[in-house]
Unconditional design. Structure first.
Length: 57
């Protein structure tokens, strides 16, 4: 899925998929690449801040 993005991130993406979990990353290239491939459970710090704000209302 992300072999053409960054080979060093394959383990993290594979683990998130295996665990059916989410991936929180500060890597803009990885984030944008996975979003472009419709990877729905990838978040950056800004996404987490927005989520926290919504949950604390």
């Amino acid at each position: 899925m992300n072999a053409d993005i960054d080979i060093d991130d394959i383990d993290f993406v594979a683990l998130a998929r295996y665990l059916k979990g989410s991936l929180w990353t500060g890597d803009k290239l990885l984030y944008d690449g996975l979003k472009a491939k419709r990877f729905r459970t990838v978040y950056n710090t800004q996404d987490i801040i927005k989520l926290r704000a919504r949950l604390t209302k």
